[in-house]
Design a binder for this molecule. Structure first.
Ligand code: SAH
Length: 494
């Protein structure tokens, strides 16, 4: 079982191709072997020059050892354990090896060459034998949306007897320009998906692993439902949890947003026998994050807001959407995290933005729990998925600074509806959808809070559900739309 990754830096690059060794934390001058539960993973570099560097990951699989780890009551005690394709075909084992041998690279970390870890590199991946039941089309549909040029060539069942036709193995060649960590994460998730057969037991932390590895790209992949189902070996409850959590994660490159929203409708792979409500929801409707931004934007339009604050703007996904909408003449993104603001700057390409657009946008660092005179006098403020990140004892301070001091005409607050969490298996009772959430509220808890705020600060409030609602537990996201009761005349005085 063999995988090679070749990097060819563009002409005039400031770094030699052999720096790939730093990114992978594996010295190009050495052949290394890593003991795995199912055999040995070798890492070697067939070529490591300034112009071109190829790393090979070679798995020597011991089919006997592969089954030995299994529990006694394994049903498939049969010749299949001894005679199978595992030693030759790229599969989930290769993915397991990638995850252990290149773990740090997969996470995008490299202390010696941090900038190179963030750089998009021209890469070429070759796999001489990939089991792929769906044929070349399946390989294309999962890799192409991620920016890979895909050449998938079916291998004959037996080269000596071409009339026997093709096997379900492919030679797969992928070329693309992307961060090494992204390339590894694509392979890590998608090789077992193509294979379709899982060779290790599905543990409960499998959902976490998937979210951690693929959250940057899978949430917006047009085939996310199919990929998730296959990755989790069709365990419906886990699949549902994973899709719900992926819809929450929204790390999509704003550059790709327009394309993504166009593909929200795609449903190329629906398998009618397996259609489930979740699958339908995930493939036919836009992701929750997309629906949330659409609802916020619609409410801003309805309020007639032109000058808006995005409080807790994070990495700027909503900012980009507001910028593309001429309705909004002045947009201010505020966040306490400098890191998030820097990512926002980079993703919005602030430096290269046309001046007329750049003039409409301001990014400010600030904490919403302190009053800030810079935030006064705007038409509207959005707090999208922010309040649940604030410690409950500090919520009063946030209310004072947003509703008391900044006091825009409208305030939109979105937050998860915790009632629906019971639908996410894998979330133990009382657990939250994100590690950083300080609380998640039921609909009743949210309205109690928002009604109180509205009464204390002179706003009217209405509630808007976001996302496909559960008949019993309501929508996944809830939004409160506050409208100031006083007339605009007082605003100038504030
Ligand atoms: N609104 C964005 C980000 C939500 S994540 C979106 O929906 O995509 C929550 C954000 O709130 C994080 O970026 C976090 O840094 C920010 N945040 C949390 N507490 C904050 C505070 N007290 N003041 C300002 N920003 C805060």
């Amino acid at each position: 079982m063999l995988l090679t990754i070749t990097c060819t830096p563009p002409e005039g690059a400031a770094w030699p191709a052999s720096d790939l060794g730093f990114l992978l934390h594996k010295n190009p001058g050495r052949v290394q072997a890593f003991e795995q539960s199912y055999g040995i993973a070798h890492v070697l570099y067939p070529e490591a020059s300034e112009q071109r560097c190829t790393v090979a990951l070679l798995l020597e699989v011991d089919p006997i050892r592969l089954v030995r780890g299994r529990s006694r009551n394994t049903p498939d005690f049969s010749l299949g354990q001894y005679v199978n394709d595992r030693p030759y075909a790229a599969s989930s084992l290769l993915s397991v090896a990638l995850g252990s041998v290149f773990r740090t690279a997969l996470r995008g970390r490299c202390e010696l060459r941090p900038e190179l870890a963030r750089t998009e590199l021209p890469l070429r991946v070759e796999l001489p034998a990939v089991p792929c039941k769906g044929g070349p089309e399946a390989a294309r549909k999962v890799f192409a949306p991620l920016g890979w040029e895909v050449v998938a060539t079916p291998l004959p069942l037996d080269p000596a007897f071409p009339e026997w036709g093709e096997s379900h193995y492919l030679r797969l060649e992928l070329s693309g320009t992307m961060r090494l960590a992204d390339a590894l994460s694509h392979l890590y998730v998608l090789l077992p998906v193509l294979d379709g057969a899982k060779h290790y037991w599905l543990a409960a932390d499998e959902v976490d692993k998937l979210i951690r590895t693929a959250s940057g790209w899978l949430g917006e992949h047009p085939e996310r439902a199919w990929i998730t189902r296959r990755y989790l070996a069709r365990r419906q409850s886990l699949v549902r949890t994973a899709l719900a959590r992926l819809a929450e994660v929204d790390d999509v490159d704003p550059e790709q947003l327009d394309a993504v929203e166009d593909t929200g409708e795609s449903n190329g792979s629906a398998d009618p026998t397996e259609a489930s409500a979740v699958h339908e929801a995930a493939t036919r409707t836009p992701s929750l994050a997309v629906a949330r931004r659409a609802a916020v934007r619609a409410a801003l339009h309805e309020a007639g807001a032109h000058r808006v604050l995005d409080l807790g703007c994070g990495e700027g996904v909503l900012l980009r959407e507001l910028l593309s909408d001429r309705m909004f003449t002045e947009i201010v993104g505020v966040d306490v995290s400098m890191r998030a603001l820097n990512i926002a700057k980079r993703r919005l390409r602030l430096e290269r933005m046309p001046e007329r657009m750049a003039q409409r946008l301001t990014l400010l660092q600030g904490a919403l729990t302190y009053t800030d005179a810079r935030l006064r006098g705007y038409d509207a403020a959005v707090l999208m998925e922010v309040i649940e990140h604030v410690d409950p004892p500090r919520l009063g301070a946030l209310e004072r600074s947003v509703f008391g001091s900044a006091a825009p005409d409208s305030v939109l607050v979105t937050t998860p509806n915790s009632e629906i969490n019971v639908r996410f298996e894998g979330l133990a009772a009382g657990e939250f959808r994100h590690d950083d959430h300080r609380f998640e509220w039921t609909r009743a808890e949210f309205t109690a809070w928002a009604d109180g705020v509205a009464a204390r600060y002179g706003y009217a409030v209405r509630y808007v559900p976001i996302g496909t609602p559960d008949p019993e537990f309501g929508p996944p996201t809830q939004m409160a739309v506050f409208t100031k009761r006083t007339t605009n005349d007082e605003k100038g005085a504030a």
